[in-house]
Write a protein that binds this ligand. Structure first.
Ligand code: COA
Length: 336
């Protein structure tokens, strides 16, 4: 029996209009445009001034549905990858389900930090592959500005807000869609990238607020070392498992945390920079949104072709990391 595979049949993204430039950050913390660009690759990022993560998700879903004209009631499952849910509960998936009117869907949030979208994609694909569902909405969305300390130059320069959405459906041809994945986590990395306050370990108190525990913290140097190896290793592993060489891969879609990490991954894969999706310069690190944001932009620009091998790769808090191989099946929007 041939395997029922999950494939991406629609993509969409939403970036809020407000731009926060490096020049503006220079006025907020002791930093400069040159340092930010050379150390990270970021020139500007977007900020959601009003609203919450669910609004970023809904913006992306609406764009997606404008291309794949299904009834919203056909959506069966909604998975939202985020570290900045609207609230602890109800889940952002429930909020989104109500906002878009997906009255036949159930759903849940998934906490995988910067690997959240990849984790959610793989989870969503299981429902398709098992025959449990035929339309699964997978979203990566984060309002990072809600947990960033804009007095901390180590982190505030890196992150931005955004959302991306994909629809998973069964592939008509089993050679297309999500072909393989390798996912990892290592909880011993938790000490280097976290937000300590607000959970059951450190509930919100005046003291937790005074200690700035409701902002994200990152030991950038420590994370950089493992991220650069983790993302390159897992990307090389997915290629090896599938007997792929650099020339067989059309696109690398890397999590956008730091341009230097992206470059190291591309080098390890033997990929020319022209085959790497990079938009960190315009959006910074939008955590769970980076990969679908790239996919959506590149697809809209007509750069994705049916049959291309695409490698998605990420590394993030946890630590969490992974890579996935997709044979792209969605026709170019300029042809459809
Ligand atoms: N502007 C100017 N100087 C800054 C600065 C800023 N925004 N932030 C830090 N610096 C300073 C540091 O204080 C340090 O000064 P010192 O040498 O006098 O102590 C110097 O610049 C170098 O800092 P360092 O932390 O070594 O820089 P870096 O080259 O490692 O870059 C990061 C910092 C955060 C950009 C980088 O470590 C990184 O990208 N880390 C991994 C991010 C990641 O992958 N996260 C996982 C997914 S979220």
């Amino acid at each position: 029996m041939t395997k029922r595979r999950a494939t991406i049949t629609a993509v969409g993204h939403y970036a809020p209009p407000k731009v926060l430039t490096n020049a503006e950050l220079e006025k907020m913390v002791d930093t400069n445009d040159e340092w930010i660009r050379t150390r990270t690759g970021v020139s500007e990022r977007r900020i959601l001034e009003q609203g919450a993560t669910s609004d970023l998700a809904v913006g992306a879903i609406q764009k997606m549905l404008a291309h794949r004209k299904i009834e919203v009631t056909e959506i069966e499952i909604i998975i939202i990858a985020t570290v900045t849910p609207d609230m602890f509960f109800p889940s952002t998936a429930c909020v989104v389900q109500d906002k878009i009117g997906a009255s036949n869907a159930w759903g849940f949030d998934l906490s995988g930090a910067c690997s959240g979208f990849l984790y959610a994609l793989v989870v969503g694909a299981q429902f398709i592959e098992s025959g449990t569902a035929s339309k699964v909405l997978v979203v990566g969305a984060d309002k990072m500005s809600s947990i960033i300390d804009y007095t901390d130059r180590n982190t505030c320069i890196l992150f931005g807000d955004g959302g991306g959405a994909v629809l998973l459906e069964p592939s008509e041809d089993p050679d297309y869609g999500l072909l393989d994945h390798r996912m990892y986590c290592d909880g011993s990395g938790g000490a280097f990238l976290y937000m300590k306050g607000g959970g059951s370990l450190n509930p919100s108190t005046h003291e937790s607020i005074d200690k700035r525990m409701h902002y994200m913290y990152q030991d950038g140097k420590a994370v950089f070392k493992v991220a650069v190896k983790g993302m390159a290793d897992v990307s090389a592993e997915i290629m090896q498992r599938n007997n792929l060489k650099g020339e067989d891969v059309a696109w690398l879609v890397p999590h956008q945390a730091n341009l230097r990490i992206i470059d190291a991954t591309a080098d390890r894969m033997g990929l020319d920079r022209s085959k790497v999706m990079i938009n960190i310069d315009r959006y910074g690190n939008t955590t769970a949104a980076t990969i679908p944001l790239c996919l959506s932009e590149w697809w809209l620009e007509g750069k994705l072709r049916k049959g291309q091998n695409i490698v998605l790769a990420s590394f993030g808090a946890g630590y969490t990391w992974g890579a996935a191989l997709i044979k792209w099946s969605l026709e170019n929007p300029t042809q459809s």
